[in-house]
Design a binder for this molecule. Structure first.
Ligand code: GLN
Ligand code: ZN
Length: 758
């Protein structure tokens, strides 16, 4: 059989997060960069071998990165922002990613609608691009030395430009003619590496609604890239949605194949005829690369059968829907999970076997399976059947309550509510607060871990958490913050914490997924109907409130964020799952206010990332996302102030939706972009209060008083002081106390200075 099984890309952080640990050691000067490289080599080798052992035909190189592949691409092209020019090697690389003493880091933003974040390249018309790194070539050789001929993964030029920004805010696509020759040069070099090389060029930007100008770049780009050499086979790979407009063009270029996602881009089906006529290879993404459910092999074979009615079987390859970067590594370490539930799951390593098995059945028939494979297939069918009926999943009470839930919004209009709230809370203009979490110290992590593992008693654990809260509250009082938080020491993660307490939620021991750089998240997973057996946060928040006269802000994660940062069951529509969470949260809010908490923040950090990639689906998403935020806070009395918080959002397109959520106060991340993000709030006459972040919390840098004064003044150019709150960009959990303390002291000081001048 010719080569048929295909993996778009593999995760790189390591199944025990080896790369994360090594990077963080290096950043803390605990090891050399050579040591990091050694870890990286081991990981690459292990990941290649997993794929080889699973008989995967197309295994990638250059899917590895020390931080991010967009950053790698920027470096490769020589797109180095001015402020970092002159630095070299890893110092340059990590300064661009994380900033350094003198300079802020490059911006970071979400990779399409995933929770992966990439570094946004900064391009300038003055840049002189040149092929600037041998990483692509080196990694190919590294795999080759281990007996593995890889396909080479690259981020495509059109996606690279589409996701970059220009320092003068101009159109990045104007740089197309400067960038393309570098890609040609690279491909030329690649073509000499071996006899016949496959290059996967990722162009996920093709799944968005692109205008004609962008689409017009496709043909010249791929005509030219393919013309570089007869020795290369180019596959253009897209994922997360359909890419029908681009497909129409690509079939008329000399590329070898197209990678399409048939799970999240079901409409790709509409392009089958074109592809069939073009005779190109179709890399059919049919195994979910961004969820954790065991593939339903029966269903997948149906999809493939359907595809093969149009595209000849010879031209089909079997693939994951996208890179496995978005799934955890392996179920191997899940020792504590309920066996029924574990049996419904499949992580990256397990998905390799699925791709392999599906390939074998599809091309050679069930008869060709050996005994062992037949058992695997039978187990697969059994697991999928049990999900349909299991009482672990289906809860009639929850379904009934959620179906008939009638309190869809809070009492009172905003103007009426805010007046009451200001009377009760008595905060000044430019009120200072934080987003919730304070540094997660090694001691706090240890205590949580030891409690979880039964090493320390509940009393001991609670004592330690309370001691943290005491210190945290004391510091906030001391530095003069006005609306306090308890610091979230009891939370490993803002979603997992709730997942662990909600029924219908599962959590893993080792289901880590890279979020950005060395940072990983361990999303819980929703496998069944959701309910709240008991209050989740009330004890901690009321404890903290007792420690201060100032208002203590209760802290919850909103329904849409809980949903977007979880792996969600695929046997129920997302909006129904979201509504179940919202109803559970409305009970929590009621309990908090009844316990005397006057401000409650409902974080919707991931509201924006749940947005559909295609315009045509947006209205539907917005309708249920707003509905469910409003259901969650519907129990709040007029007097209870509801805050929400959103990370890194471009607000221009969604401002009306944000307003419709009807939170009294929203805090947002803005520090890396001055007052730009804020302008839209003014433009549309947004009436609720806004806390635009005044300093970047992703960097260890301590902002000076001056800098924050300047930032506040920038904000005041846009919105009046009565409408503004002052806070950092986001939670402080990833920072150290020695960074957080001076930063917040400076922030409060800056507010004093500005207030005095007003
Ligand atoms: N309350 C959360 C925290 O401070 C919010 C985090 C977030 O927005 N990502 O950690
Ligand atoms: Zn945030």
């Amino acid at each position: 059989m010719s080569k048929k099984s295909y993996i778009v890309g593999f995760p790189r952080i390591g199944e025990q997060r080896e790369l994360k640990r090594s990077l963080e050691d290096f950043w803390a000067n605990r090891c050399s960069f050579d040591a990091v490289k050694e870890v990286a080599s081991k990981l690459k080798s292990r990941h290649w071998n997993y794929q080889k052992e699973a008989s995967i035909d197309f295994i990638s190189s250059n899917d590895f990165s020390f931080y991010d592949t967009m950053l790698d691409t920027a470096i490769m092209l020589g797109a180095i922002p001015k402020r970092f020019q002159g630095l070299k090697d890893e110092t340059l690389y990590f300064s661009m990613a994380r900033g350094n003493k003198e300079n802020v880091a490059m911006e970071m933003t979400k990779w399409f609608n995933t929770n992966y974040h990439y570094i946004v390249p900064e391009l300038s018309l003055e840049d002189q691009y040149k092929l600037n790194s041998s990483k692509v070539i080196d990694e190919y050789k590294e795999a080759k030395a281990q007996g593995i001929n890889t396909k080479i993964n690259l981020i495509g030029p059109i996606t690279f430009l589409g996701l970059s920004k220009r320092v003068d805010r101009g159109d990045t696509y104007e740089l197309h003619s400067k960038i393309l020759p570098i890609y040609e040069e690279l491909l030329k070099e690649i073509s000499t590496l071996d006899d016949g090389i496959t290059i996967q060029i990722d162009e996920p930007i093709f799944v968005k609604d692109n205008d004609a100008k962008v689409l017009s770049l496709i043909k010249p780009t791929y005509d030219r890239l393919d013309a570089v050499s007869d020795n290369i086979n180019i596959i253009v790979s897209t994922y997360f949605e359909h890419s029908n407009e681009a497909t129409k063009v690509l079939v008329n270029t000399p590329i070898w194949g197209l990678g399409l996602d048939f799970l999240y881009g079901t409409k790709n089906i509409e392009s089958l005829e074109l592809i069939a006529n073009s005779g190109k290879k179709l890399i059919a993404g049919v195994v979910d690369g961004r969820n954790i459910w065991k593939n339903n092999i029966q269903t997948t074979l149906e999809i493939l059968k359907n595809i093969s009615k149009t595209v000849s079987k010879d031209n089909i390859l079997i693939s994951t829907s996208c890179s496995l970067l978005h799934t955890p590594f392996t179920l191997k370490y899940e020792e504590k999970m309920n066996a029924d539930i574990k049996n419904w799951l499949s992580y990256a390593v397990e998905k390799l076997d699925e791709v392999s098995l599906i390939t074998k059945i599809f091309f050679e028939g069930v008869e060709s399976l050996c005994e062992k494979e037949k058992v695997v297939l039978a187990d697969n069918q059994k697991a999928n059947a049990s999900r349909k009926t299991s009482t672990l999943i289906h809860d009639k009470n929850v379904q009934d309550r959620v179906d008939h839930f009638t309190k869809l919004s809070r009492d009172g209009i905003y103007e009426e509510r805010i007046k009451l709230q200001k009377e009760i809370l008595g905060y000044e203009d430019l009120a200072t607060t934080t987003i919730g979490s304070f540094p997660q110290t090694p001691e706090v992590r240890k205590a949580r871990q030891e409690f979880k593992n039964g090493v320390i008693s509940k009393e001991n654990y609670e004592q330690q958490m309370k001691a943290y809260i005491d210190d945290c509250v004391a510091f906030q009082e001391e530095c003069g913050l006005e609306i306090l938080v308890h610091g979230e020491p009891e939370r490993n993660d803002m979603v997992e914490y709730f997942g662990e307490q909600l029924k219908g939620y599962g959590f893993s021991q080792n289901g880590w997924v890279q979020s950005y750089g060395s940072r990983c998240v361990k999303p819980p997973f929703i496998y069944g109907d959701i309910s709240r057996p008991q209050p989740m946060t009330v004890e901690w928040i009321t404890y903290a409130q007792k420690k201060t006269q100032k208002p203590m802000k209760g802290m919850l994660t909103g329904p849409v964020t809980i949903l977007n940062w979880s792996f969600v069951r695929d046997d129920k529509p997302r909006d129904e799952v979201s509504k179940q969470i919202a109803v559970a949260l409305s009970d929590e809010i009621d309990d908090l206010q009844n316990a005397g908490i006057k401000i409650i923040q409902v974080d919707e950090a991931a509201f924006k990332e749940g947005y559909p990639l295609r315009e045509e689906n947006i209205k539907i998403y917005e309708a249920w996302a707003v509905r469910d935020f409003k259901i969650a806070v519907s129990s709040a009395h007029k007097e209870t102030q509801i805050h929400t918080h959103m990370c890194y959002s471009e607000f221009n397109d969604i401002i009306k939706t944000i307003e419709a959520m009807d939170a009294d106060v929203i805090s947002i991340e803005t520090a890396r972009s001055g007052n730009e993000l804020l302008k839209i709030f003014k433009e549309v006459g947004y009436k609720q209060e806004v806390g635009p972040g005044v300093y970047d919390i992703h960097s260890p840098r301590v902002p000076s008083v001056d800098e924050i004064v300047k930032q506040i003044k920038l904000l005041l150019e846009v919105l009046p002081k009565e409408q503004l709150w002052i806070n950092p960009d986001c939670g402080l959990k990833t920072r150290k106390w020695e960074e957080v303390k001076p930063s917040l002291i400076n922030m409060v000081e800056a507010v004093k200075i500005v207030r005095n001048e007003l």
